[in-house]
Design a binder for this molecule. Sequence first.
Ligand code: TXA
Ligand code: MG
Length: 367
Amino acid sequence: MGGMTERKEWEIMQTKYWMANPSAEAADPAIIEAAKYLRSGKLVAFPTETVYGLGADALSTEAVEKIFRAKGRPSDNPLIVHIADPGQLDALVLEYDTSVKKLIEAFWPGPLTLVLPVRPGAVSPRVTAGLSTIAVRMPDHQMALHLIRAAGCPIAAPSANRSGKPSPTTAEHVRNDLDGRIDGILDGGPAGVGLESTVVEWADGKAWILRPGGITPEDIRRLGLAVEVDASLLSIAEGSSDAAPRSPGMKYRHYAPKGTLSIVQGDDSRKVRAYIQERIDEAKAWGEKTGILAFEEHLPHYRADVVLSCGTQDDLSSAGKLLYGALREFDRAGVSYILAEGCREDGLGLAVMNRLQKAAGGRSIHI
Ligand code: TXA
Ligand code: MG
């Protein structure tokens, strides 16, 4: 298809918008119609408990190809397949270990994606980008589950953002990125966790964390399973890792705001604050539009054009919920220079720092 035709296709695409209560019944007309769209090979964005996903019938190569075009996603980055019942897993993957069953029992439905050997021919080869494994998850969101059930097929769904933008945590974010490029948006209110699912590959008797998320390494260890967190996921190793990442998506610069963002970390939080304020004042003097992303507790200490909260340090789930919205808000306000406070990398902090590192393109200052 030539460039002209493609552009024309985007121009004429009318994005249908459905509003529904997150606890809507399976028979909700919005869900039924959205499912019909999916069954006929159309693209529909829908809420999950992590972020909004951009769904397509995982069995249809034509439908899946549309996802890559709408997002501008590199074709070597495989998609997660969403199911509504653990029983659907067997049709997608080859045999798996009893430890995998433990993970499923403990965390499904929920923000855990499992990477397992794919059953040949189970989905379009475009979903797995030619890998011998497939990523599968069962979201913990009533509307998503009703939609997948009504569609009657496994749903391939990456986050519903344009490639390189933060994942959408509201239908409004999806609209800003994909209006006119997809067939429909099912609005079920803000997503819960705010960060994408934990991606875990089960191999060699261990859970390999390929992408940190709402299910933490500690959560998995508590089941008595061995967990391996790739060193490249820790902030200290960012930019210095030469090993190819096991999860193709981790090699792309993601979640990047338009302004230049750097993380400032240190044990002495007063020093960190003083440093941030000094750099911001300097940047302001050069004519930058400045932004600070800080924990609630520290907000009164800062002066900048835009100061945003990333929740409270005592409960990092609030940081997860607020992070992507804040990155988008800096863009909206035209902020060109941003400093963000870092946090510790245990529990959910591992996922929060991983996404911040991505947004910062590895720019991290330790003081
Ligand atoms: O929370 C989520 O996971 C959201 C919601 C919509 O479910 N989805 C999501 O999808 O974040 P996406 O496409 O933005 O991220 C999928 C990640 C990528 O890093 C991709 O490389 C990795 O999963 N992935 C997919 N299949 C894989 C496979 N077979 N092996 C290793 N990594 C895989
Ligand atoms: Mg994504």
